[in-house]
Design a protein around this ligand. Structure first.
Ligand code: ATP
Ligand code: MG
Length: 585
């Protein structure tokens, strides 16, 4: 089905998007000019993410503006102004200093979305130590893997999580010197301290050390969608990208109330759940609770959220619940809704238009890129199903890779998505995997491992992950294309498509689908879906088999794990399951 582009018109009055003329913004773009919109450390002592995100606002007229509005699971609300956040993060940095935790040492958080997570992140960055947030649902083995690979010097966690998941690992973690518990009032045995007590005793004023923009700042593990998660290393310079994309892709303005639904355990929840909103001085809403459709609509209404950043998995869940939220809730404050993490089906873009009153703006990036690279920018027409266009300052291309060079493909042709090196938040290495890092680069290009095509107007379209592409009877089939077609059927809530080895066709296209709540699996429905897909896709591409599932295996960041569907179907080893959504210990 051809989807009609959604025309964007610029109105007078209201909030004007920062980026109104794409061609001009690209042509005149310079990283130096963006960098000049930041302050830099006083006295020309470098660039530090936490200083730009918090301290510079705290010292100015925005000092009393609400920086963080935390919504507790049980209904309690806590607010921190920029000034309060500065003090708290200064205290945390002093706690680290008192424990002799130095620059470049790794501080992990293993917490739910609680204020201490945000304070620890900022305080760690101030101390020029490296921050690594972990999902609190990780079991002991995934925790061990990450703490050990990341040479954790400090872990900030709760007493319960410590006892259940970490205490038994201490002997195997020789680098781990300090555990800071957020919910005990007194220090325990050696090396297990009360964070509240240490915070009380610490000074609320910390002088940031000189910070080289190339100093390591963040360690982020990838989602593990295609295999063992990789640890991507990021530096303080990344703040330039967080700022630029917060401005142009998320269109943040000073009075915005911003809500990013991602957990900081996934790169989106840090780059855009912590850093980008703060560097723009807006109010950042954080919800401690997990997904719940009613709760989410209620938050959008009550908090008067203006810019909302979420993910396809959440949108699919909202679609599955159904209803017309605009009738039950006042969503009129919303100005922009964005999504990242997986392909966003055209169906979902249009659902936004109807259900929320706004189309959903898909954007593309990866843990490795540190920030949004390609986006349906607020002022540009949306082509439903497309990832959008490269941000100013970002050069993207579709290429064919040969040994030591890349060849750019003409418009319309599929190839690997590549990015010209030189954007500030590019990862500076994979943890302990030098060769793997080097293999990502050919000449001036970083190769993303994703396949895409670019149309004649410069919009990029996701085709699939290089590892997931199905080869059947001489055709290259994108699982996304098949999933997207199935999603257009009223019965289908989500779909995952794999290739099964087949002696005749090479690979046979097989789909797994989860149904919307008002449908039940039956042979009749299966036949209907097979026929529906064949009409939409043609016999060569349409699935030959369909299985019904209650839900599909997903990563904790909400991505469908096709490799697991495949391994289970073929009875093969399941590989690393540390990031599987249900794998909590
Ligand atoms: P791993 O690298 O461990 O297999 P992962 O690639 O899922 O996991 P992330 O860095 O969290 O880890 O995800 C980035 C990937 O997610 C991209 O490379 C791409 O495959 C997919 N992705 C992100 N945004 C989009 C989007 N808008 N459209 C299509 N795919 C997307
Ligand atoms: Mg990846």
């Amino acid at each position: 089905m051809e989807w009609t582009p959604i025309k964007k018109t610029l109105h007078d009055g209201g909030v004007q998007p920062h980026l109104r003329d794409y061609a001009k913004a690209r042509a005149s773009f310079s990283w130096e000019e963006i960098r000049d919109e930041l302050d830099g450390l006083p006295g020309g002592r470098g660039l530090n993410i936490a200083y730009e995100a918090v301290d510079r606002h705290a010292a100015g007229p925005r000092g009393d503006h609400v920086a963080l509005r935390w919504l507790g699971q049980e209904g309690d609300v806590l607010e921190f102004s920029y000034r309060a956040l500065r003090k708290q993060s200064d205290r945390f940095a002093n706690v680290l200093r008192a424990l002799d935790v130095g620059e470049g040492e790794t501080v992990f958080s293993f917490l739910g979305r609680v204020p201490y997570l945000y304070i620890a992140a900022l305080g760690t960055l101030k101390n020029v130590s490296v921050f690594c947030p972990l999902f609190s649902a990780f079991g002991p083995e995934p925790v061990y893997q990450r703490l050990s690979r990341g040479d954790a010097a400090v872990v900030v966690t709760t007493e319960r999580l410590y006892e259940k998941r970490i205490a038994g690992l201490r002997e195997r973690l020789p680098h781990l010197r300090h555990v800071l518990l957020t919910d005990v009032q007194d220090d325990r045995a050696d090396g297990v301290w009360s964070l509240p007590k240490r915070m009380r005793e610490a000074s609320a004023s910390f002088t940031l050390p000189a910070t080289d923009p190339e100093d390591l700042a963040l360690l982020h593990f990838t989602s593990g969608t295609t295999g063992m998660p990789k640890g991507a290393l990021h530096v303080h310079e990344a703040i330039v990208m967080h700022y630029m994309t917060g401005k142009y892709a998320l269109d943040l303005h000073p009075d915005d109330v911003f809500w990013c639904t991602a957990d900081p355990g996934w790169v989106t929840g840090t780059s855009y759940g912590i850093i980008a909103p703060f560097v723009h001085g807006v109010t950042n809403v954080v919800d401690e609770a997990d997904f719940d459709a009613e709760r989410w609509y209620h938050i959008l209404e009550e908090q008067q959220v203006t810019v909302w950043y979420t993910a396809p998995t959440a949108i699919r869940m909202l679609m599955r619940v159904g209803g017309t939220p605009r009738e039950g809730y006042d969503l009129s404050a919303l100005r922009l809704v964005c999504s990242v993490g997986e392909p966003l089906n055209p169906e979902a873009v249009m659902w936004g238009q109807e259900a929320l009153g706004l189309p959903i703006h898909d954007n593309w990036w990866q843990t490795e890129t540190g920030g949004i690279m390609i986006a349906n920018l607020p002022a540009l027409d949306i082509r439903p199903g497309s990832m959008g266009r490269p941000l100013p300052g970002v050069d993207a291309a579709v290429v064919k890779r040969t040994d030591d060079q890349v060849e750019e493909m003409p418009p319309g042709e599929e190839g690997e998505l590549a990015l010209r090196i030189g954007w500030p938040s590019m990862f500076r290495g994979y943890l302990h995997e030098k060769k793997r890092y080097e293999d990502c680069f050919v000449g001036d290009w970083y190769l993303t491992g994703d396949l895409a095509r670019e149309d004649a107007d410069g919009y990029f379209w996701f085709v699939g992950r290089a590892d997931d592409i199905i080869k059947t009877s001489g055709h290259m089939v994108s699982p996304f294309e098949v999933e997207s077609a199935l999603m257009e059927h009223d019965a289908v809530a989500e779909a995952g498509v794999i290739g099964k080895p087949d002696p005749v066709s090479g690979e046979r296209v097989k789909a797994f689908v989860a149904l919307n709540t008002s449908y039940t699996p039956s042979d009749e429905l299966r036949l209907d879906l097979l026929g529906f897909a064949r009409t939409k896709l043609g016999a060569a591409v349409a699935p030959k088999e369909i299985d019904f599932k209650d839900s599909l295996p997903k990563t904790k960041s909400g991505k469908i794990m096709r490799r697991l569907l495949k391994a289970r179907e073929l009875g093969l080893p399941e590989g690393d399951l540390s990031t599987l959504e249900t794998a909590s210990g």
